[in-house]
Design a protein around this ligand. Structure first.
Ligand code: SAM
Length: 215
């Protein structure tokens, strides 16, 4: 999702109290930042933020951090965040998740959500996919050993690629469905913006939950 360049987006983000700007200095200090020991859940590529803001509303005892690469998109999430100003358990970072190990210390993250991640269909861009071996290694370096990554997409090729990537690395699938909305897992499901759009077009939604192999 890349919206057209919005004049003033960067300035507005720079002035927002809901965005952490010195994210690398927070590494290992996120519990201090939130002033509690509650678990930390992150969404990578949160887009306009509908999903993670709803997660924060439903789960006041979890801290949520939404990561988004583009200012123009983050600005939309900020508009929604401002309407929920009573929430104290959610902040945003504008960054490319490639550098996520600079922002979180080992064992600091309890859960990661990847929702409708960019598919990067060309082979030469496979390393950019958020379920590639490079990203799984990055997650290993910041997550607790038994922490879970939840991944949803309507893109069957990306989902098939992700199954292979999990199996080829030191990870395992603990939950999987190729039709989330007609599965037992739908009851707890929070729809993302892309999920609403693509399920509205009749696409089935794939979902997997994975974790590092437990030895
Ligand atoms: N998760 C949202 C949803 O389901 O409605 C948005 C999905 S959209 C297809 C993917 C989003 O991920 C875009 O906003 C894009 O800018 C962001 N994104 C892609 N790669 C990223 C990366 N490496 N780091 C941070 N954000 C990224």
């Amino acid at each position: 999702m890349r919206l057209r360049n919005i004049p003033g987006a960067r300035e507005e983000i720079a002035a927002s109290p809901y965005v952490v700007h010195d994210e690398e200095s927070m590494k290992g200090k996120w519990h201090e930042f939130f002033e509690n020991d509650n678990p930390i859940h992150i969404e990578i590529g949160m887009g306009k933020g509908t999903f993670i803001i709803e997660c924060a509303k439903r789960n006041p005892d979890i801290n949520f951090i939404g990561i988004e690469k583009y200012s123009s998109v983050l600005l939309r999430a900020l508009e929604k965040r401002e309407e929920e100003s009573e929430l104290s358990n959610i902040v945003f970072i504008r960054m490319d998740a490639e550098y996520i190990e600079n922002v979180f210390a080992p064992d600091e993250v309890d859960n990661i959500y990847l929702n409708f991640s960019d598919p990067w269909p060309k082979d030469r861009n496979a390393k950019r996919r958020l379920t590639s071996d490079r990203f799984l290694k990055r997650y290993t370096n910041i997550m607790k050993k038994d922490a879970v990554v939840t991944f949803k997409t309507d893109n069957n090729d990306l989902f098939d690629y992700s199954i292979e990537s999990v199996n080829e690395n030191d990870w395992e699938i603990i939950v999987m469905t190729r039709d989330l909305h007609n599965s037992e897992y739908n009851e707890e499901n929070i729809m993302t913006e892309y999920e609403k759009k693509f399920s509205g077009l009749g696409h089935k939604i794939n979902m997997m939950q994975i974790r590092q192999k437990q030895y």
